[in-house]
Design a protein around this ligand. Structure first.
Ligand code: ADP
Ligand code: GLC
Length: 472
């Protein structure tokens, strides 16, 4: 089957989080199964754009409301990612360095979605499925079905994957003229609680909806930022499929960001060298367990609790551990973490910002990885960390619940807790410190984790089943 993925992110072209990782890997594994999976995304001004060769495959002229614009579709010439990659250039809107964070993001992604559908309508054949990711692309299923302009592709099935339902792309009804002329009897397919809600519209109009773990799908029916009733109503077309990890990119034996490679057989030595390098670089104590956090510093990830958690851990458990944090996000969390630095020298450090290489080095060099998420649709960090022999300390929620078993249970290998609350998390920190004292138990848990297989091979056929179920 031919599947066109439409996404705002795709690693290594442009990534802000796990969405990029998934869209950069899933199509490659679908192709290995014998499908033809392609990706189309906005042409931001990224390093990848300048470092690769491109050919122009389509030029178009279209409108978003009263604004007419030209767009160009380019294709990467060497298939270096393992799938056909297309970028759409819209001057003045998409040609920026960052993916998100501009005042006109709604118009940027709206114009992109229009350009995608104009382009696909001009294909000589049609794809078997258009697979859209998250709210940024959420209006495509509606437009395919109900915008008169796209009558030629009206019967192409659409699949929506929800990586995160917290963000829904809400738009006031005053923006309605941006959507290419549509059958106004269908206004209810755009609306949720008196606004245009692109995520809700995607759920209503897509032929199938997937979420990135089975537990997250179950949670959405009672906790989905206002869409609970919709998830309950549409549950018949929703499927939870656990993400995989790209085992080619995330392999401690070959990872190009690492100076010290290792596999399960020599993990103790390899990890020790990686830890030493991190401790040198960040002024930390090699002898103590190293607990890290990598991620967006936002409430969803429980990052707002980190400053108090670190302070409380030192105070109540003693200075028996190191913390190293990598992330960026809410200014108040960033400043809270920075303020701790002078108070906790040699046991704590923080890197505010996004640093792909450092993240890999931390998965490799840490002893434990903290994920106290309030919401975690899947979570990739815990799977990377386990492949790199680092014990995840996770709240039992969403994908974390589906991938980590507490080491206190039979065959377990992680540290789990029930609430995103400083008390629960510091108890987990105490358990980590105690576990670390027992070198034999650490080695057993590490071996168990590193033998787990979280690769895409396990999940990719479930996506193929979804496509087969909607094919016309
Ligand atoms: P989310 O997509 O919700 O942020 P995931 O766990 O699915 O969470 O994926 C996060 C991805 O982003 C991982 O690949 C992680 O290593 C990466 N990441 C997050 N923050 C940073 C950062 N500050 N620097 C480098 N990589 C980061
Ligand atoms: C989202 C979720 C995260 C998930 C990722 C990839 O960003 O927050 O849990 O792993 O998408 O699906």
């Amino acid at each position: 089957m031919e599947i066109l993925h439409v996404s705002a992110e795709c690693y290594p072209v442009a990534k802000a989080g796990g969405l990029g990782d998934v869209v950069g890997a899933l199509p490659k594994y679908l192709n290995q199964l014998g499908h033809i999976a392609k990706v189309v995304m906005p042409m931001y001004r990224t390093k990848f754009l300048h470092a690769n060769k491109w050919e122009v495959v389509h030029k178009g002229y279209t409108n978003m409301g009263t604004w007419w614009f030209e767009f160009t579709v380019i294709k990467e010439q060497t298939n270096s990612l393992g799938f056909d990659l297309y970028l759409i250039d819209i001057n003045g809107l998409l040609d920026r360095e960052k993916i998100y964070g501009y005042d006109d993001d709604a118009e940027r992604f709206m114009a992109f979605q229009i350009a995608v559908l104009d382009w696909v309508s001009a294909w000589k054949h049609h794809p078997d499925v258009i697979h859209v990711h998250d709210h940024h692309m959420g209006l495509i299923p509606f437009m395919v079905k109900h915008s008169f302009k796209y009558a030629a592709i009206k019967n192409v099935p659409t699949v929506l994957t929800i990586h995160n339902a917290q963000y829904q792309g809400w738009l006031g009804w005053e923006n309605i003229a941006l959507i290419p002329e549509w059958d106004t009897w269908r206004w209810g397919m755009l609306d949720w609680k008196d606004t245009i809600n692109p995520l809700a519209s995607g759920i209503k109009c897509a032929d199938k909806v997937t979420t990135v773990s089975p537990s997250y799908l179950a949670e959405l029916q009672y906790m989905s930022n206002g869409l609970e009733a919709l998830f309950e109503y549409e549950k018949g077309k929703c499927v939870g499929i656990l993400n995989g990890i790209d085992a080619d990119v995330w392999d401690p034996a070959t990872d190009t960001y690492l100076n010290h490679h290792f596999s399960a057989a020599d993990a103790e030595a390899g990890k020790a060298k990686s830890k030493m390098a991190l401790c040198d670089a960040f002024d930390l104590d090699f002898e103590k367990p190293l607990i890290v956090f990598i991620g967006r510093l936002v409430g969803e990830k429980g990052a707002d609790l980190l400053p108090q958690l670190i302070g409380d851990s030192f105070y109540f458990i003693g200075r028996r551990m190191n913390f190293l944090i990598l992330g960026s996000g809410f200014p108040e969390v960033e400043s809270g973490l920075a303020a701790l630095k002078p108070l906790a020298q040699y046991d704590y450090n923080v890197y505010i910002g996004y640093n792909e290489g450092l993240s890999h080095q931390m998965y490799a060099g840490a002893d434990f990885l903290l994920m106290p998420s309030r919401v975690e649709p899947c979570g990739l960090n815990q799977m990377y960390s386990m492949r790199y022999g680092t014990i995840p300390m996770v709240r039992r929620i969403g994908g974390l619940k589906d991938t980590v078993i507490d080491y206190g249970e039979k065959g377990g290998y992680g540290i789990c807790y029930d609430q995103t609350a400083v008390g629960d998390i510091s108890h987990a920190v105490w358990r980590a410190v105690e576990l670390y004292r027992d070198k034999e138990a650490m080695a057993t848990v590490r071996k168990r984790m590193m033998a787990l297989d979280f690769s895409w091979e396990n999940s990719v056929s479930k996506y193929a089943d979804v496509y087969a179920s909607v094919k016309r």
